[in-house]
Write a protein that binds this ligand. Structure first.
Ligand code: UD1
Ligand code: CA
Length: 458
């Protein structure tokens, strides 16, 4: 029997106080709904997951258009039962329908696989958990033989029912045949005037259809995000889990509570990461790399043995083996560093290729440049790549030495093995293997000069 996944995401998310749809708020750098879609896809559903959306459907679809999803609109939010009903036209009787929520981002594939495994195809399975504070959740009612008899929503519950600690996660697998029969018959005669999906459980019990339950591996799997406080709590949980996964793969984290991974991180062996490192997008870190404190890495690939010292910002860059960056360096998009490159403090590099073994140790800006191998760029060197209207390229050959405080006015080429004298402004191409320098003012000294002295205050 074919598995289909329906993800409910039509709720407004009022308590977020946001112009954005709730399910686009981010957890670990990805939209809440993105987490759920990714998990749904891991179940290998027969067809792409169905997302039930409300307002701002266009915005949702645009934001997540890289996922194979069937979008179905629920024009009015009349309850969870009504939401699932919107998917009925695209389901056939034989489907097994897994119901997930766009704002319950951390449900794990393993829990869902277990749910599908223990539930026979013609029965109902649901994820339930025991909660120390069950407030807000629907409660699972069982009879003396521990058989499920139904779910009662908190707002409709008696005091005795509210004392029940087994709660409904809202996540189920239900045969489409049953949904087609029961959903159109739901009533909204309850305290919220909504069509409750939960009412189908009592219906199943009526018709002697067995109801199975599985627990999630951790409670956080079934926690929904209703406000930004819950979002932050879940973010911390997610980050801690990610950190533990990394440590189990052989990464040393000086403090697993002070790393944030907003995307995916692929790490080699014996990587050491100091505190307050933030990784965004896709970050690949090779064997034996060391990342210093307070560093941001976004869409970065570091080969083996790269050392990033404290306080660096590296974005959209590739760094070859054994290079050293920082402290206080900024590597901007489009940059490639060769093997064993040294980038020191207060150096900014943008859209440039730096050859193997080259050194830019202090206070430089290199943009739109091609720098050869074994080049030494002195402190305070600037490639003047922008004439106020257009960007121009600087090309520096292998084995060039550029003296401190040099300005290279692009477009300009410095030939292989050339030396540029300190303090030069290079406007024309500098020939290979020669010393090129610009006119210097004559130096003079004044023999009897005295430093001014502070006047006495009267
Ligand atoms: C629901 C369950 C409750 C369970 C809880 C778990 C029902 C009636 N109750 O309650 O038993 O303990 O989830 O978190 O199902 N949605 C729509 N369209 C609608 C209404 C809701 O798409 O018309 C979506 C929401 O966006 C949300 C989800 O369904 O993602 C749950 O809706 P919500 O109103 O939050 O249900 P709860 O009251 O939390
Ligand atoms: Ca909810």
């Amino acid at each position: 029997m074919a598995i289909q996944v329906v993800i409910l995401a039509a709720g407004q998310g009022k308590r977020m106080y946001s112009k954005q749809p709730k399910v686009l708020h981010r957890l670990g750098g990805k939209a809440l709904l993105e987490h759920v879609i990714a998990t749904a896809l891991k179940l290998s559903p027969a067809e792409s997951p169905i997302v039930i959306h409300g307002h701002q459907g266009d915005h949702l679809q645009k934001s997540l258009d890289h996922y194979p999803v069937r979008w179905v609109e629920q024009k009015e939010q009349l309850g969870t039962g009504h939401a699932v009903m919107q998917a009925l036209p695209v389901l056939v009787d034989e489907d097994r329908v897994v119901i997930l929520y766009g704002d319950v981002p951390l449900i794990a594939e393993q829990t869902l696989t277990q749910l599908l495994t223990i539930t026979p195809a013609d029965a109902i399975g649901m994820v339930t958990a025991h909660a120390s504070s069950p407030a807000g959740y629907g409660r699972i009612k069982r009879d003396a033989k521990h058989q499920i008899t139904g779910i009662v929503e908190e707002k409709d519950a008696t005091e005795a029912e509210r004392a029940i600690t087994e709660i409904n996660s809202g996540i189920y697998v239900i045969p489409a045949r049953c949904l087609k029969k029961w959903l159109p018959a739901l009533s909204n005669h309850n305290s919220q005037g909504e069509y409750y999906l939960t009412d189908v459980i009592a219906q199943a019990v009526n018709e002697n259809i067995p109801v199975h339950t599985v627990p999630p591996a951790t409670f956080e799997e079934i926690v929904g995000v209703n406000d930004r406080v819950q979002l932050a709590e879940l973010e911390r949980f997610y980050q801690r889990q990610y950190a533990e996964k990394l440590m189990r793969q052989g990464v040393t984290l000086y403090d697993p509570n002070r790393i944030d991974i907003r995307g995916e991180m692929i790490v080699g062996q014996d990587v050491v990461i100091d505190v307050n490192v933030i990784c965004e997008g896709r970050v690949v870190i090779g064997d034996g790399c060391a990342i210093g404190p307070n560093t941001l890495l976004r869409d970065v690939e570091l080969e083996a043995g790269v050392e990033v010292k404290a306080n660096c910002v590296i974005e959209e860059a590739r760094v070859a083996a054994g290079s050293m960056i920082g402290p206080f360096a900024r590597i901007r998009p489009g940059t490639t560093l060769g093997r064993g490159v040294h980038i020191g403090n207060f150096v900014e590099i943008k859209n440039s290729e730096i050859g193997d073994g080259s050194k830019l140790n202090h206070l430089s800006y290199v943009g739109d440049s091609e720098v050869g191998k074994r080049v030494n760029i002195g402190a305070g060197t600037i490639t003047c790549n922008y004439d106020g209207a257009n960007k121009h390229k600087t090309v520096i050959g292998d084995d060039v030495h550029i003296g401190s405080d040099t300005q290279l006015i692009a477009p300009v080429t410095v030939g292989m093995g050339a030396t540029i004298g300190a303090g030069s402004t290079i406007v024309d191409d500098a020939p290979a293997y020669q010393l090129t320098l610009t006119h210097r003012l004559e130096q003079r000294s004044i023999k009897d000069w005295k430093r001014p002295e502070k006047e006495e205050q009267t």
